[in-house]
Design a protein around this ligand. Structure first.
Ligand SMILES: [Zn+2]
Length: 414
């Protein structure tokens, strides 16, 4: 009917409306051939699946009364409007409980944090969707929703119990950082005195169980020996969810060139952390003099009475103020590019990604929140990175690792 034909001429998906091809003939050409994908940085950023593997906004979800992730905020680094503006498609909410909270209280707090992530998703169904697989992330991006994932930051939260670890996996946790700032009963931390020479036998069982469950092993925060042990035991690629390069800033939380090469051989990915004292050696030295990042967080935690959202936001605010006043060396967002570029030189472009530490660290000047992320794409492309390489760094690499870890899951008792 003529009426139907005119409707077809109006619809965007011309192919779906094209008349059937004549028998044995070629299909009629569609009205407008698809334009080749543009490689302008803004377009590359928009079509890439941008994934951030470490974000501490979970503390605000738990501690800050009335905090609505759906509203734009003046403070902090993450909320839905700013994620939308920055083209952030997926983020791992960190399930983090301080190292000195252990045993059942740590488990209880971890469960509360997991609940808050699920609640944020439930109350923002048009913007957020819970994701536990690479396919979920791809689907969310196709539906123009932000994929919410969870990573657990600190092995102490499993309370030395593989059953508790399995419960976390059932609730959707998709990576476990083996330790936090302090050692736990089975893994040494990079910022504590070695107690176990890396992983204990139970620590190695934790890695095997993570492999079996399809939960990623995260080596950010662990000692160099724990890192080596984890690589030896894991049968699938491991990740550093939020670490930078020690060759540039010598913080023990950062990875050496050799570690990055070993991580690449294992197939894993290092996700670059934006914390100023992990990005800049000058800033790190000055910050160490005043006690360092661990002491600063401890001090703030006491001041904020255990409200971790207050302590991380307050410590970030004071550090930024010190950079603005010149009492601490200022660090610019371009330093993130320097770390990405160095990691690519050491590990290769297939093994680098983004792990901001938004809402858990002090951001460099110019990377105040998630809305600034497109700057990274522009800067990398100006440096000569191809659109394909940038898409890998923005999210393609971690998607690959997730798929490999999911495929590796299984085993007799699953
Ligand atoms: Zn951390």
């Amino acid at each position: 009917m003529p009426h139907r034909l005119s409707l077809c001429a109006l619809v965007v998906f011309a192919v779906a409306c094209s008349p059937a091809p004549p028998p044995g003939g070629n299909p009629a050409p569609s009205a407008t051939p698809a334009a080749p994908a543009s490689n302008a940085p803004a377009d590359v950023h928009a079509r890439a699946i941008v994934i951030d593997t470490h974000d501490d906004t979970t503390q605000r979800l738990l501690f800050e009364k009335g905090f609505d992730i759906g509203q734009r905020h003046e403070n902090g680094n993450i909320d839905i409007p700013r994620m939308r503006e920055g083209g952030l498609d997926a983020l791992f909410f960190s399930i983090w409980v301080p190292s000195d909270v252990t045993g059942p209280p740590a488990v209880k707090r971890a469960l509360q944090l997991i609940d808050r992530v699920h609640e944020a998703v439930r109350t923002h169904p048009n913007d957020l969707v819970l994701a536990t697989t690479a396919a979920d992330i791809r689907r969310a991006a196709a539906e123009r929703k932000i994929a919410a994932l969870m990573g657990m930051e600190g092995g102490h939260m499993i309370d030395d119990d593989l059953g508790t670890l399995r419960d976390y996996a059932r609730l959707g946790v998709r990576y476990l950082t083996l330790s936090h700032f302090k050692n736990n009963n089975w893994a040494d931390s990079s910022t504590d005195k070695p107690a176990h020479n890396g992983l204990t036998d139970f620590g190695k069982d934790v890695v095997r169980e993570l492999n079996r469950l399809g939960v990623m092993v995260d080596i950010s925060h662990v000692s160099d020996k724990t890192f080596a042990d984890a690589l030896e035991v894991s049968t699938v690629p491991v990740i550093a969810s939020h670490s930078s390069c020690r060759a540039i800033a010598q913080h023990p939380r950062n990875m050496t060139d050799d570690m990055m090469r070993a991580l690449a051989k294992n197939g894993g990915v290092i996700m670059i952390n934006y914390e100023v004292s992990f990005l800049s050696e000058e800033n790190r030295l000055a910050s160490e003099k005043s006690g360092g990042v661990v002491a600063a967080l401890d001090q703030m935690s006491k001041k904020c009475g255990g409200d971790e959202a207050c302590s991380t936001l307050e410590s970030a605010r004071l550090t930024r103020q010190a950079m603005d006043k010149g009492t601490l060396p200022a660090v610019s967002w371009e330093k993130i590019i320097e770390h990405i570029d160095h990691a690519v030189k050491m590990a290769g472009v297939d093994h680098v990604g983004l792990g901001s530490d938004f809402d858990g660290a002090t951001m460099p000047i110019g990377m105040e929140d998630a809305s600034k992320l497109p700057k990274l794409t522009t800067a990398l492309m100006e440096k000569g990175y191809s659109a394909t390489d940038v898409e890998k760094i923005l999210g393609g690499n971690i998607l690959r690792v997730m798929e490999q870890v999911e495929k590796g899951a299984g085993g007799a008792s699953r």
